[in-house]
Design a protein around this ligand. Structure first.
Ligand SMILES: Cc1ncc(COP(=O)(O)O)c(C=O)c1O
Length: 385
């Protein structure tokens, strides 16, 4: 018994966790004023880049004494620029509970080889004990674990009088969750996540204590030009005013500007958060009534409102081998993709087999609503086969 095919499809089947759905109403027309075929260092080009920084500050409420830079290599570039530039003088605590946190563990331990580092870990679905972090150490962590759908509930565990720096990869949290800026010395994110803009550049937000570290600490390892934020021990201020270190895509810049203007037009950060929360709530109400599916995040207070990860808890599924579980979850995702109902909702390759549904602000609640009967249908179909 596989049930009848649901009658209504989501209007926009875009539920990928990155690049994420474009904002409602987006068309390529929004790019018509892009500064194309011109130098990014022209007056016009620099003004566009500066506008991207200024609007980012406004929408996210980044404090006036924090610097915001547009850097190369999307979020990974921004995180690695921070790790390579800032780490060294203190022991490092790397907090990891899913795949991207593990990437930063690799950077700190295996690449930078920082011997005085600790890994504070939890398995998929859980958050480590954040109180294990030492305020005298530098702390590297994610605000939201994109591949497990587990986020930190807040920044209360970070001490105001810390001696170390906090370096936060916030790529799937920014524009969807309240960031506790005074607790963050560094935050990074990309453009293609919660605003559904184009992937290209990373955003590096630096608080005053991180800026002071940059001017007082010289890394013992070689620094590529792409990472260099200081000259003669002074911060290169231009980087934080739109003078990017290397050439950006002005087409991507224009698209990011459109996304920021849309965010402002709907009411800024509170409206973005409310939309993501409403999407999560819609999905949660459905999960509650289903026996076959549950959140991967065990504690509701750690449940992401962007990258919502679901595990399949039906006894039939649990009895399968790990490979067969992966194949079954992938089949559910591919059946839905074929139907044009949901694109890219397979769980992350390194995560426990399941589904991942992006619930950020660019997704319409009505589409989450329309998706849920299809999830039931696809599950029943795959189980029966
Ligand atoms: C938490 C987190 N960190 C880093 C990345 C890598 O981002 P990018 O591809 O923008 O470098 C992602 C991408 O999904 C992510 O979710």
């Amino acid at each position: 018994m596989t049930g009848t095919v649901p009658a209504v499809r989501p209007a926009r089947p875009f539920f990928s966790s990155g690049p994420c759905a474009k904002r409602p109403g987006w068309t390529p027309d929004v790019l018509k004023d892009a500064c194309l075929g011109r130098s990014h260092r022209s007056k016009h080009g620099k003004a566009k880049l500066k506008e991207a920084i200024d609007r980012t500050r406004k929408v996210l409420g980044v404090p006036a004494d924090y610097r915001i830079g547009i850097v190369a290599g999307s979020d990974t570039g921004a995180v690695e620029m921070a790790l390579w530039s800032l780490l060294g003088p203190r022991p490092v605590d790397v907090v990891a509970w899913e795949s991207f946190g593990e990437d930063w563990v690799t950077d700190v331990l295996k690449q930078l080889k920082l011997k005085e580092s600790r890994i504070i870990k939890a398995p998929y679905g859980r958050l480590p004990d954040l109180n294990e972090t030492n305020p005298n150490h530098d702390i590297v962590f994610l605000w939201n674990g994109t591949t497990s759908g587990v986020r930190v509930p807040n920044g209360d565990w970070i001490k105001n009088d810390r001696q170390g720096l906090t370096i936060c990869d916030a790529t799937s949290a920014a524009f969807a969750m309240d960031m506790d800026w005074p607790k963050l010395d560094v935050a990074t994110f990309s453009w293609q996540k919660a605003l559904g803009s184009e992937g290209a550049h990373g955003m590096l937000v630096l608080g005053p204590r991180a800026a002071a570290r940059l001017e007082s600490h010289e890394p013992s390892w070689p620094m590529p030009k792409l990472f260099r934020m200081t000259k003669d021990k002074k911060l290169v201020q231009g980087i934080f005013e739109g003078e990017t270190i290397n050439t950006p895509s002005m087409l991507a810049v224009e698209d990011y500007l459109d996304a920021l203007k849309w965010a402002e037009s709907i009411g800024g950060l509170p409206a973005l958060i409310a939309r993501a929360d409403a999407n999560l709530k819609t999905l949660a109400q459905w999960v509650e009534k289903r026996e076959w599916v549950d959140f991967l995040a065990e504690d509701p207070s750690t449940r992401s409102n962007t990258s919502v990860c679901l595990k399949i808890v039906d006894p039939w599924f649990s009895a399968l081998s790990k490979d067969a579980q992966s194949a079954a979850a992938a089949k559910i995702a591919s059946v839905l993709e074929k139907e044009g109902v949901a694109f890219d909702i397979g769980g992350y390759r390194a995560a426990p087999p399941g589904l991942r549904i992006w619930c950020g602000a660019t997704v319409e609640r009505s589409d989450i609503d329309k998706l849920t009967p299809w999830l039931d249908w696809a599950f029943a179909l795959v189980k029966a086969s």
